[in-house]
Design a protein around this ligand. Structure first.
Ligand SMILES: [Fe+2]
Length: 444
C-alpha cells in the first residue's frame, strides 16, 4: 500500500467530511455556469462541486457497507463482471487516472491499485468465461485508498484553476466526469448485489433509519394498470445536446442528428411484470420462434426460463422478485426488468416493436402522459455517434462501443433526479442483465 494512502484512516476522513456529504441526496444539479446571485461565483462553484463529490462518494460507500462479510467482495456473482472488490475501487481510481492523463495532478496515489482497478470486463461477450487470475487487494486496503482519495480530491477541488463556465479542458470537468462515473457504478454495482444471496447483505432491523430510507423498496404494489397507445404525429426531430448546455454531458450526447419520423404510437407505460408474465406463461422462453438468432444463442446458452430477477422457490406458488435487500411476491404493476434480447422476443410475441431512439426522444419530450424513469429503456437502435461527435477526455467511454451496443434511454429509480435528464444516452450489449433495464413498445 502506498504510504500516502495508508496515512489517512477511513474513519478520520469520514468524520472530517461528514458535514459535506450530508444530506446524502443532492438537491440541485451542478451547473457549468456561474451562479449570478453568488458574491464569489468561483468559490460558490468550488463549494457546490465539493459537496456533490462527497455526497456521491459517501453514497457509494454506503451501498458497499450493506455487504455483511468481506469474503463476499471476492465472489463472482455475475460471471461476466469482475467481483465487487473491483467495483469498490474502480470509481476511485478513475479520478486519479483521468487527472493524471490530463496532467492536472503531479503524482499517483497508488500506481498498482490504479492500474489493476482501471479496466472492467466490458469487452467480454456472454459466452466468454473470464478465467484470468487477479491478485485483488484486501477490502481494508481499498477503504484506505478511498479515504486517501477523498482527501486528495478535496484538495484538488479547492485549489484547481477554475474559470466559469466549466469547459471540457478544465480539471473541474474531470471531477464532474468522475462523479457521474461513480453514479453510473452506483447503479451497476447495486444490480450485481441483487445477485448475491440476501443473507450476505445487511437488511431489515440491522439497518439504521437513514439506510432504510436510502435503500427502501418501493411500496406501491398492485395490479398492473392498463397500458395504452399514445399517438405521435409525423415530424422532424433533432437529437443532440447543444455545446453550450449548462449541464455536464457525456461526449456521445453532443452533436446533432435530424430524423424525419413518420407518425407512430408509443406505449404510455413500460411493459409491466404482469404483461411479461403472460409471455412467460405462453412458453415465451421455451419456444425459439419469437427470438432473434442472437436471442436464441443466448437463450440456449443460459437456459433462462424467466427474467433474471424473478425467483421461484420450491413449494412456492408463483414468482418472487429479487430486489436489492429482499424478495417479494412479483409486483405486477412494476416494469419488468429484462435484457434487450428478451425485450425483442416479447415484442415478436406481442406483435409490436421497440421504439427507435428518435421515437423515444420525441415521445418523451412531447407527450405529457409519457411515464418514464423507473428503469432504463431498451431501444431498437445500435449505439452510434451523432453528427459532429468529438471524444471527450475519457476517450474510451463511447467511441469503442459505437456499432456494438444498443441504446437505452430514460433513467432508473436509482438514477438520482439531479443526474437524470432527457438527453442521457445509455448503451449496453443486448444480453446485459446487470443493469436496471426494461422497455416500452411501439405499435407495428
Ligand atoms: Fe467504469
Amino acid at each position: 500500500m502506498n504510504p500516502i494512502a495508508s496515512a489517512v484512516a477511513p474513519a478520520a476522513t469520514h468524520a472530517r467530511h461528514a458535514s459535506l456529504s450530508a444530506p446524502l441526496v443532492p438537491t440541485k444539479t451542478v451547473l457549468l455556469t456561474a451562479d449570478p446571485t453568488a458574491a464569489d461565483p468561483v468559490a460558490a462553484k468550488r463549494a457546490e462541486i465539493r459537496r456533490y463529490y462527497h455526497q456521491t462518494s459517501e453514497l457509494y460507500e454506503r451501498l458497499f457497507a450493506l455487504i455483511r462479510d468481506d469474503a463476499s467482495y471476492y465472489e463472482r456473482h455475475e460471471p461476466l463482471r469482475h467481483p465487487l472488490i473491483f467495483y469498490f475501487a474502480h470509481p476511485a481510481v478513475f479520478y486519479v487516472n483521468k487527472l493524471i492523463a490530463g496532467r492536472f495532478i503531479p503524482r499517483r496515489l497508488d500506481p498498482q491499485m490504479e492500474a489493476m482497478m482501471a479496466v472492467g470486463v466490458d469487452e467480454m461477450s456472454w459466452d466468454d468465461l473470464n478465467t484470468a487470475h487477479y491478485e485483488w487487494p484486501g477490502v481494508a486496503a481499498v477503504r484506505e485508498y478511498r479515504a486517501a482519495l477523498r482527501e486528495m480530491i478535496d484538495d484538488v477541488i479547492q485549489s484547481m484553476p477554475l474559470d466559469l463556465p466549466i469547459r471540457q479542458d478544465s480539471p473541474a470537468w474531470i471531477i464532474l466526469m468522475g462523479i457521474e462515473h461513480e453514479r453510473i457504478h452506483l447503479e451497476t454495482s447495486s444490480v450485481i448485489m441483487r445477485l448475491m444471496p440476501v443473507a450476505e447483505l445487511r437488511c431489515g432491523d440491522e439497518l439504521t433509519p437513514e439506510e432504510r430510507s436510502l435503500w427502501s423498496t418501493c411500496e406501491s404494489v398492485g395490479p398492473a394498470p392498463a397500458n395504452e397507445w399514445l399517438p405521435v404525429a409525423a415530424q422532424t426531430v433533432r437529437l443532440g445536446k447543444p455545446d453550450d448546455d449548462q449541464t455536464f454531458g457525456w461526449d456521445n450526447e453532443y452533436g446533432v442528428e435530424e430524423v424525419r419520423l413518420p407518425a407512430f404510437a408509443a406505449a404510455r407505460r413500460l411493459v409491466s411484470n404482469a404483461e411479461f408474465l403472460a409471455f412467460v406463461e405462453d412458453g415465451g422462453y421455451a419456444r425459439d420462434e419469437w427470438w432473434t438468432e442472437e436471442g436464441r444463442g443466448w437463450l440456449h446458452y443460459t437456459r433462462a426460463e424467466h427474467p433474471k430477477f424473478w425467483v421461484r422457490r420450491s413449494g412456492g406458488s408463483g414468482y418472487l422478485q429479487r430486489n436489492l435487500l429482499n424478495e417479494m411476491p412479483l409486483p405486477l404493476n412494476w416494469p419488468v426488468e429484462v435484457n434487450c434480447l428478451e425485450a425483442q422476443a416479447y415484442c415478436a410475441w406481442a406483435k409490436c416493436r421497440l421504439p427507435t431512439e428518435a421515437e423515444w426522444d420525441c415521445a418523451a419530450k412531447t407527450l405529457q402522459d409519457f411515464e418514464w424513469g423507473d428503469v432504463w429503456e431498451w431501444t431498437q437502435d445500435t449505439f452510434a455517434p451523432f453528427e459532429g461527435f468529438v471524444s471527450h477526455p475519457y476517450v474510451e467511454y463511447s467511441a469503442p462501443w459505437f456499432g456494438s451496443r444498443k441504446v437505452l434511454r430514460g433513467a432508473a429509480q436509482l438514477t438520482h433526479p439531479v443526474v437524470r435528464h432527457l438527453n442521457y444516452r445509455n448503451f449496453f450489449t443486448p444480453e446485459r442483465c446487470d443493469i436496471y433495464s426494461g422497455f416500452r413498445t411501439c405499435a407495428l
